[in-house]
Design a protein around this ligand. Structure first.
Ligand code: THU
Length: 136
């Protein structure tokens, strides 16, 4: 699985978004250590609070299927599905990534006109103390 293909799968996932309140369609595709890919979209709710981001939809689908090791995620979004800029994962999604992913987990943010930005989880959510390791 190449990063380009993973980003294409995030773009495809955007079409599944349920976002009547914000109008923003977001798609994500997470790559598991065994090479399988799970796609996710944002799913909003009239009460706002229960809404879920595309990244968490993808990761939770994968975890349900037994995956706990991930190497990369691609994400994209925009008003009415039109990619107009980069969509960095929100703080809650970064925290969910911290639960399952290592510092070198890659985040590919798809931008307009074939552009993209990439960052590691260590860059997006630095953490020098692993609560998970110390719980064992
Ligand atoms: N959203 C995501 O799906 N991922 C992010 O990383 C940030 C925000 C969604 C939540 C909401 O449905 C819409 O984008 C507007 O914030």
């Amino acid at each position: 699985m190449t990063s380009e293909k993973l980003m294409e799968m995030a773009v495809e996932a955007m079409r599944h978004a349920y976002s009547p309140y914000s109008g923003f369609k977001v798609g994500a595709a997470v790559l598991c250590a065994d090479g399988s890919v799970y796609q996710g979209c944002n799913i909003e709710n009239a009460a706002f609070g229960p809404s879920v981001c595309a990244e968490r939809t993808a990761i939770f689908k994968a975890v349900y299927d037994g995956h706990r090791d991930f190497t990369a995620i691609a994400v994209c979004g925009g008003k009415d599905g039109e990619i107009s800029g980069f969509f960095p994962p929100c703080g809650v999604c970064r925290q969910v990534m911290r639960e399952f992913c290592e510092d070198d987990f890659m985040i590919y943010m798809v931008g307009p006109n074939g552009t993209h930005e990439e960052m590691t989880l260590a860059q997006l959510l630095p953490c020098s103390f692993s609560a998970k390791k110390h719980m064992q």
